[in-house]
Design a protein around this ligand. Structure first.
Ligand code: NDP
Ligand code: MG
Length: 381
C-alpha cells in the first residue's frame, strides 16, 4: 500500500490523480489532501476519500463533515500535510500551482516522503536545493509532466553519458497559428483555449507564451542532469510524441501516446510499472506527426528561460516570479498578452539580483518580493 498526500486535489492534475487512485484502491490510500476554492468539489472529494488530515484554502471554508479529520487551512496547512508522517512508503503528490508549491515539496522530502511532482515551479526555482535534499533524505522524485515522464521512459536502461541531447516537444499553445502582430489584442478567453490539453489557467497561459517549455527545459536539466546546451525544443502540434532522447550513435527514442495526463500521472504514482489504465488508447492508423522549428523570435519567453538559466543563482526564481505575476495580471485583464514578455524581460535584466545568495530563504523572499512589487504596480493583491 502507498500512503498518499495530495496537495492541489481540486485542480486539473489533482482530480486526474484521484481518478487513478479511485481505480486502484488496493494500492493507494489518501492520508492527506489540500483542496481549493471550488468548495462543492472540495467537500465531495473529502467525503469520498476521507483523508486523516485536510487543508482548506481558507479558514472560512472549514465545514462540519460526516467524520472528524485533522483540519488545517492556508499555507501553514499545506506544510502540516507535508510534515504529517505516520506510515512507511508515503507518496506526496504536489499538484499546486506556482511558487506556493516549493516549501510543501521541501517539507515533504524532509518528512521522508517520495514525491510525484506536477508543480514544475519547484524545480525551476530551486532545482539544486531539491536535488540535494533528495540525496540527503534518500527519497525519490517522479515527474508528472508528460515530457519528463516521456524522457524518463526513454532513459530507462540507458546511460546518461551516452545521451547526445534531450528533445522536448511543444504543442505551440493556443496561439500557434497566429503571427506576433496578431497577438497584440488577444483575449484571456482565446488564450485559455488550448488546442490539445485541458489544463489549469496558469499553465495554459504559460503554454501560449511558451514559458511553459522554458520551464520544462529547466525541469529536465535538474531531473536528468543534462547541460542546457544539450536540451532542445521542437514544435510538434499533435502532442503525440511526448518527448525524445537522442543518443551518441544518433539513435532517437521517443515515447508516444494519447494527449491524456492520466498516463504520466499513473506512471509517476506506480513507477516503474505500466499497469492497465481505463483511458484513451492511441489509434496509430492514419496518424501523421509533424515537427517544426520553435523560434525565439516568435516565442521570446523560451529564450528568456535559457537566459535566466545561464545567468544562474537566483535568476530562475526571478524568471518564475516575474512570470507568475505577469500571468496573474493578464488573467485579471490588467495587461495585454504581449506585456507578459516585457515584464519578464525587465526583471531578468535587473543586475541587482546577481548579488543575492542562492539559498532557500532568499529564493522564497525574493520571489514574493518580486510578485508583490509587480502586482502592486497594477493595483492587484
Ligand atoms: P489548477 O489551477 O487546475 O489546480 C491547482 C489547484 O491547486 C487548485 O485547486 C488551486 O486552488 C490549488 N492551489 C493553487 N495555489 C494554491 C495555494 N497557494 N494554496 C492552496 N491551494 C492552491 O492547476 P493544474 O492542475 O493545471 O497545475 C498544477 C501544476 O501542475 C502546475 O505547476 C502545472 O504547471 C503542472 N502541470 C499541469 C499539467 C496539466 O495538465 N494541468 C500538465 C503538466 C504540469 P484554487 O482553485 O483555490 O486556486
Ligand atoms: Mg508538459
Amino acid at each position: 500500500m502507498k500512503y498518499v498526500y495530495l496537495v492541489g486535489a481540486c485542480g486539473s492534475i489533482g482530480t486526474q490523480a484521484l481518478d487513478i487512485i479511485r481505480d486502484n484502491k488496493d494500492e493507494f490510500k489518501v492520508i492527506g489532501m489540500s483542496v481549493g476554492s471550488n468548495l462543492e468539489l472540495a467537500y465531495k472529494l473529502i467525503e469520498e476519500f476521507k483523508p486523516e488530515i485536510v487543508c482548506y484554502r481558507k479558514e472560512s471554508h472549514i465545514k462540519e463533515l460526516s467524520y472528524n479529520p485533522i483540519t488545517t487551512y492556508g499555507d501553514n496547512g499545506l506544510l502540516e500535510i507535508a510534515k504529517y508522517h505516520k506510515y512507511d512508503n508515503e507518496l506526496f503528490i504536489n499538484a499546486l500551482v506556482g511558487i506556493a508549491g516549493l516549501l510543501p515539496t521541501v517539507e515533504a522530502i524532509r518528512a521522508k516522503k517520495n514525491i510525484a511532482l506536477a508543480n514544475k515551479e519547484t524545480l525551476v526555482v530551486a532545482g539544486d536545493i531539491i536535488n540535494n535534499l533528495i540525496k540527503e533524505y534518500n527519497v525519490s522524485l517522479y515527474p508528472i509532466d508528460s515530457e519528463h515522464s516521456a524522457i524518463l521512459q526513454c532513459l530507462t536502461g540507458e546511460k546518461i553519458k551516452e545521451v547526445k541531447r534531450l528533445i522536448i516537444t511543444a504543442s505551440g499553445g493556443s496561439f500557434r497559428d497566429r503571427t506576433r502582430e496578431e497577438l497584440s489584442n488577444v483575449t484571456v478567453k482565446e488564450a485559455l483555449a488550448h488546442p490539445n490539453w485541458s489544463m489549469g489557467p496558469k499553465i495554459t497561459i504559460d503554454s501560449a507564451t511558451m514559458m511553459n517549455k522554458g520551464f520544462e527545459v529547466i525541469e529536465a536539466h535538474y531531473l536528468f542532469n543534462i547541460p542546457y546546451d544539450r536540451i532542445a525544443t521542437i514544435l510538434h502540434r499533435e502532442s503525440i510524441v511526448h518527448s525524445m532522447v537522442e543518443f551518441n550513435d544518433s539513435s532517437i527514442k521517443a515515447q508516444i501516446g494519447a494527449s491524456d495526463m492520466h498516463t504520466p500521472i499513473a506512471y509517476a504514482l506506480k513507477y516503474p510499472h505500466h499497469d492497465k489504465l481505463n483511458y484513451d488508447n492511441l489509434n496509430l492508423i492514419g496518424l501523421k506527426l509533424n515537427f517544426e522549428e520553435l523560434s525565439y523570435d516568435r516565442y521570446p519567453c523560451l529564450k528568456y528561460a535559457y537566459d535566466a538559466a545561464n545567468k544562474g543563482g537566483c535568476y530562475l526564481a526571478v524568471l518564475n516570479a516575474a512570470n507568475e505575476a505577469a500571468v496573474k495580471l493578464f488573467l485579471n485583464n490588467k495587461i495585454k498578452f504581449l506585456e507578459i514578455e516585457n515584464i519578464i524581460n525587465d526583471e531578468i535584466n535587473n543586475d541587482e539580483y546577481s548579488k543575492i545568495e542562492y539559498n532557500l530563504d532568499n529564493i522564497l523572499s525574493l520571489s514574493y518580493k518580486i510578485i508583490n512589487k509587480i502586482l502592486t504596480r497594477y493595483g492587484v493583491d
